[in-house]
Each structure stands twice: as C-alpha cells, then as structure tokens.
Design a protein around this ligand. Sequence first.
Ligand code: KIV
Ligand code: NA
Length: 265
Amino acid sequence: LKRVRTRHFQSAKENGIKITGLTSYDQLTAGIFDQAGIDFLLVGDSAGNNVLGYDTTLPVTIDELIPLTRAVANAVSRAFVIADLPFGSYEVGPEEALHSAFRFMKETHAHAVKLEGGVRSAEQIRRIVAAGIPVMGHIGFTPQSEHGLGGHVIQGRGDQVEQLLADARAVQDAGAFAVVLEMVPAESAALVTAELRIPTIGVGAGPHVDGQLLVWTDWAGLTAGRIPRFVRQYADLRGILGEAAAAYRADVAEGTYPGPEHSYD
Ligand code: KIV
Ligand code: NA
C-alpha cells in the first residue's frame, strides 16, 4: 500500500476521485481507519472536546496535542496524518507559526499541519510551506474564532461568498495543498471548488467538494448530546459501550463473571 502524499490530493481532484478523512486522537482508531482506507487523519484540536473534556477548542495547547499526534502518526501505514495548530500557536505571525509547525514535525511523525483562517493567515501558510512543510487551510466556520463569529454560525452565505472566495484564493496562493470548508452552504462550497486548483475538503459543506472530513466521535455515535445536522452517524458506539458496561456490571454483581474459563487453576 502506497503512502498518501500531497500529490495524491492533487491528482484526486484532477481525476474526480473523492478524498475521505476522519479525525483521530489515538493509535487504536488510527489503525482501524488507516486499514479501512481513509485517506487522511486529522489530529484535530477537537481533541479538546472529545478527549480532554473542555467545552471549546480554545484551551488546547501544542503540548497536549503532541502525544496524541504521535500516537496517530505511529499507527498508520498509508493514511496522511495532519497535525492541527491550536489556538494561540500561530496568529502572532509567520515566525510563531513556523516554530509551532516545527514542533509537530520534529516531535511526531505527522506529514502536514492545518491552521485556521484565509486572508488573515496567508503569511503564516506561506512561511510554513517555504520550510517544506505541507499546509492544509481551513476557512468558513473556524471554531477557534467562535466568539468572534458569534457562535456556531454558517459562513459564506449570500454576500459573504466574496469573502469566502477571497479566503480560498489566499490559502491557495500561499501554497496550501488543500483547504477545509467548514459549515458553508453547498452552493458556496461548489463555487469555491470550481474556482480552486487545490482540493476542497468539506465539513458540513455539501456534496460539491473534492473530499469529506468528519469528527470521528460524531460519525461513530460516541458523542453525548446533539451532533451537527451535517453528520451522518455510521455507528452507535455510545449505545454499544453503554450496554456492554451495564452487562458487565450486572454479571459481576450476580457472580456470572468471571466463569471457570476466565480463571487460572
Ligand atoms: O479539529 C477538528 O476536528 C477540525 C475539523 C472539524 C475541521 O478542525
Ligand atoms: Na480544529
């Protein structure tokens, strides 16, 4: 199995082959998703919500993401692994962004980094790419600016489409190999996808994009409570694990576990 590289993202777009990505934060899921043929794994700062127990991604640090990224990168043999630059690790300027990218590239086996922002992050992207590190852009709804955007609000609607296109062009011109479009209307995502040479990866951006990305805990039905409407839930892991835990508790309480087959003579 050939490793996925940035040129595969490009040729997928050129040949109309859809790209599939999931987030992953640990070696078990990374190995499973890699074997299933998922093209790329994003070690997202969504680990803040899904692993670390925060209610936003804002508190997440590089130090917290490094061990998770290392675990994912060490578990794959084919998938392209992308490290997410957390809030506060790249906004000050291109130098800070490059230092942060270096940390992931030197301390883990990640293949690329992702950062949020179009026009506002173009110089950061340019600097990291110039150092030989592939960058994935991320525009539309950018969770790290949730408070500035006024909550989980769809971006790129109506007259915002010009800004979305400008952000997309800025990311491409700065040298990114692909760009995530999060929570934008399908029609706007189609426009951006037609306009760009680099592939667009949708998260709640409809079908007219070059690839799809989902947060694995939403996708697998592990997340508690409400999940975004754009997610198709492919499993009910929360139900399965809840039933397993209840059954185990009952077996122990009733003395039916462990049985003789689980005991040493
Ligand atoms: O952190 C993350 O999971 C992400 C994707 C949802 C785009 O940035
Ligand atoms: Na993220």
